[in-house]
Design a protein around this ligand. Structure first.
Ligand code: DLL
Length: 436
């Protein structure tokens, strides 16, 4: 039996009844305890006491990141501060930070959700859970940590950084599940290989639980090959709950949403109408039983779709597809929408190419230009101009065929793109502010 199997295998009708019961309470709870929701519901005439079906929720207004910023620091808290036992904050690099609070109940739920994901990875008390997401205001470290404790793993709170020490621990202590961003997993794998180790053989990893940034299927394959394990995806966000809102199982066919705690909608980002299952749109999340900072209809700006049908693993919680990226990260290159992960998908099929890249955005003659700066593998003859030109040409052609727009390609030397211990910086925007 894996952690909370009885919940992750609930009959759909029972699960939906539980969701509806919790949803009814959640809208009333927000209305009665948070002035923002009272004002916003009243403004559009949404009566929380009258909600009788999931469809009724469509009449409720959205909550946006800007609303959360405006509420800084405590205006969206539903409980007095003495009931809050932990807070997290977004980095605030693109504006004012958003603050999210947790009561003791909320922390329990968070640990449960991540622990289920450890179960999805085939893990349990016999496992050693190596957490190298950053600990701190970022939710990655503590979220994975609470999951490790709940799943009764031996949990190693490494935090991010000090890569050589991570490798020493992985090599000697038998870590079997590693939790970090996919780019940090790649950094660790590449550094270990550079140090003369074969991580697929020398480490004892059976699974990785990776998220916080978009990563392509090809990047995943490269990771699995280097580390000899199963790399699984995990989704979460500061404003709702850290990692564990949705997690992938060993089928690697989408992420099961913790539907007993979160209600998800996928909407057309322009019209805000729901799209049918299977179609891509913006993910909108409502917390069903969060106490400290409950949220109704949060517009995540993340693009995904509900995967129709049942998962082969037998769990009943619906799945969202792996994220393409955020609407914010979408580039419009000569009229075509492009996500960095699509570029990554094409580039990482080239054996000469390493998994490190950055996309520079500039503006030439009133048009946005994307230049892919990408490293070759250390064994590539970087001094042979012909070989470089040939590779550049083949890669640009492959990108044009796949994306229907042109991306400039610039091959760079190994180890010249800055490595990241947390979220990788994939887009460097060099356009003037006025151009954006
Ligand atoms: O990144 C929480 C997290 C930590 C998730 C560890 C998974 C693992 P924030 O820093 O608030 O929280 O960033 C949230 O990151 O809206 C997505 O755009 C992106 N993101 C998170 N998980 C994934 C994923 C954490 N699996 C924002 N795939 C979200 C793609 C992801 N993007």
């Amino acid at each position: 039996m894996a952690y909370q199997d009885e919940i992750t295998h609930m009959r759909r009708d029972e699960l939906e009844a539980l969701q509806l019961e919790r949803l009814k309470k959640a809208v009333v709870y927000c209305y009665e305890n948070i002035a923002f929701y009272k004002e916003n519901f009243d403004a559009v005439g949404f009566d929380p006491y009258a909600l009788a079906s999931f469809a009724d929720l469509e009449k409720a207004p959205f909550t946006t990141k800007q609303d959360m910023r405006d509420a800084y620091p405590y205006d969206l808290f539903a409980v007095p501060k003495e009931d809050v036992i932990e807070i997290h904050m977004s980095s605030g690099t693109t504006g004012v930070a958003t603050v999210s609070g947790y009561t003791a109940h909320d922390i329990e739920v968070w640990g449960d959700c991540f622990a289920r994901g450890i179960g999805y990875a085939g893990g349990g008390p016999e496992d050693i859970c190596h957490v190298c997401y950053g600990y701190g205001l970022f939710t990655g470290g503590l979220g994975a940590h609470y999951g490790g404790l709940k799943a009764e793993c031996m949990t190693i709170p490494m935090s991010a950084g000090n890569t050589k020490r991570q490798i020493k621990v992985l090599d000697t202590m038998g870590s079997s599940i590693i939790c970090c961003t996919p780019s940090y997993a790649m950094y660790i794998a590449d550094t270990a290989i550079e140090m003369g180790l074969d991580p697929a053989r020398d480490f004892k990893l059976k699974a990785g639980i990776h998220g916080a940034e978009a990563w392509s299927n090809q990047f995943r394959e490269n990771l699995e090959q280097k580390l000899g394990y199963k790399a699984l995806d995990v989704y979460g966000l500061t404003e709702i709950m850290g990692p564990g809102v949705a997690m992938e199982c060993l089928e690697q066919d989408g992420l099961h949403v913790a539907e007993d705690h979160f209600l998800v909608e996928v909407l057309d980002p322009e019209t805000h109408e729901p799209v049918p299952d299977g179609e891509w749109g913006e993910l909108v999340i409502t917390t069903l039983d969060k106490e400290a900072t409950p949220v109704i209809r949060y517009r995540t700006k993340d693009i995904t779709r509900i995967l129709p049908g049942e998962c082969k693993c037998g769990r009943t919680h619906r799945r969202i597809d792996r994220l393409h990226g955020r609407t914010d990260d979408m580039m419009i290159i000569r009229g075509v929408n492009v996500f960095p992960s699509q570029i990554e998908n094409v580039a990482s099929t080239f054996p000469e190419i390493a998994d490190w890249y950055q996309i520079e955005l500039t503006r030439e003659n009133a048009l946005d230009v994307a230049t892919l700066k990408i490293e070759v593998n250390p064994d590539f003859p970087i001094d042979e101009i012909r070989r470089i030109e040939d590779l550049q040409k083949r890669l640009s052609t492959a990108l044009r065929d796949e994306l229907a727009t042109s991306i400039k390609v610039q091959i760079v030397e190994p180890y010249t793109i800055k490595r990241s211990e947390g979220k990788a910086v994939r887009i460097v925007d060099l356009r003037d502010d006025a151009d954006k």
